[in-house]
Design a protein around this ligand. Structure first.
Ligand code: ZN
Length: 371
């Protein structure tokens, strides 16, 4: 774990925390949201724009990059940072989530998971060791172990079996180790039962990782269930290690998880919905294609300080989307990511001022949509 360090400026095992994740490629101030660069690109934006928005760390998907262009190709290009011209830290997932959601004809054994590529039907095998080797070739900074992902609903028997395999693979991943200059996180699974989640957290911590991801949530379960799982997991995680809630990016959910002690987030939501014209604002999400915005001279969000809101109007954005111009999705993506970066800035300032709960209530009162 050379060159890595996580320091809490305030907070404890539970409750909102202010921290700094120090990596050889820069510091990530937490709580932080990581934009997703699935195919080694945050869709539509240059790496310079992603940095300008305020992102300090991004995520890339092992499964997709392994299939195209191939981990060896990226290694020969000098690693993911050089390949995509992103100098800051990168977190790669293990590919497990995509294997379980996108791949065909999976065969799951204690050894790993065999699957057919959704691109050409070719057979591949992911073992805990293999996915760490792939991430070593990608040369990302934070790497994830292979885990078993369930959807919602999942009965306790299936969740128990998924947890058994996830813990077995976590042990093998720890024994194999990450590459030089990489930080290996553990992933807490455990379905939707708080008791199983707590057990998963304790057993993952026993194996011992540099940080802890919480996986398998925000997959369609009711919001109270996500909250109960976080409440079961967070107090069981060591206070001095970063916590990362995978796949959560809706503004109210981010604030809820920060309140419960989570430090890092990633999600395709802000970028995916931006491409169809859904814009985050402090009053909730709006669909910019709506006729109501045709002659609207206001910025996307009056409270936003981003470069798009500094000059472009809602009426112009609506026009771009209605004429299928590529600038529309680009500007909307830029704004949605800037919106979340600013929200995280404010969250950190509120935690520093010991005013998080009052700040959060104020944000949620103004926010009128479900996500
Ligand atoms: Zn903006």
């Amino acid at each position: 774990m050379g060159g890595f360090q996580f320091a809490l400026a305030s907070g404890d095992a539970a409750g909102p925390r202010l921290g700094r994740l120090v990596t050889p490629r820069g510091v990530v101030r937490t709580p932080a949201f990581m934009p997703v660069g699935t195919q080694a690109t945050v869709k539509g934006l240059t790496s310079e724009e992603v940095r300008e928005i305020g992102a300090e760390m991004i995520l890339a998907n092992t499964f997709h990059l392994y299939l195209r262009p191939g981990a060896e190709v990226i290694a020969r290009a000098g690693g993911l940072h050089r390949f995509m011209r992103w100098q800051g830290p990168i977190l790669t997932d293990s590919g497990g989530f995509q294997v379980f959601s996108l791949a065909r004809l999976r065969r799951l054994t204690d050894d790993g998971v065999a699957f057919r590529s959704p691109l050409d039907g070719a057979e591949h095998l992911f073992t805990p060791e293999r996915v760490l080797q792939i991430q070593r070739l990608l040369a990302s900074d934070v790497v994830m172990p292979l885990d078993v992902c369930l959807g919602y609903p999942a009965d306790d028997a299936r969740a128990q079996e998924a947890l058994r395999l996830t813990l077995l693979w976590a042990q093998r991943s720890k024994a194999h180790g990450a590459g030089e200059g990489q930080m290996l996180f553990g992933i807490v699974q455990g379905g939707f039962s708080p008791a199983m989640r707590r057990e998963a957290a304790e057993r993952t911590v026993e194996i011992g990782f540099a940080g802890y991801a919480i996986g398998g949530l925000s997959v369609g379960e009711p919001r109270e269930m996500t909250g109960a799982a976080l409440e079961a997991v967070c107090p069981s995680l060591p206070a001095d290690r970063p916590r990362y809630l995978m796949g959560v990016g809706a503004p109210p959910d981010l604030l809820d998880a920060i309140a419960r002690g989570v430090d890092l987030f990633d999600c395709v939501l802000p970028t995916r919905v931006a491409r169809t014209g859904t814009i985050f604002t402090r009053q909730g999400r709006v669909n910019i294609r709506n006729a109501a915005y045709r002659e609207d001279e206001a910025p996307l969000d009056a409270a936003c300080r981003c470069a798009v809101c500094a000059g472009y109007t809602r009426g112009y954005l609506r026009h771009l989307f209605n004429t299928d111009e590529m600038l529309g999705p680009r500007l909307a993506t830029y704004h949605n990511l800037a919106f979340l970066a600013h929200l995280m800035d404010e969250a950190r300032a509120a935690i520093a001022a010991r005013d998080f709960e009052r700040w959060r209530r104020g944000v949620l009162e103004a926010y009128t949509t479900a996500w």
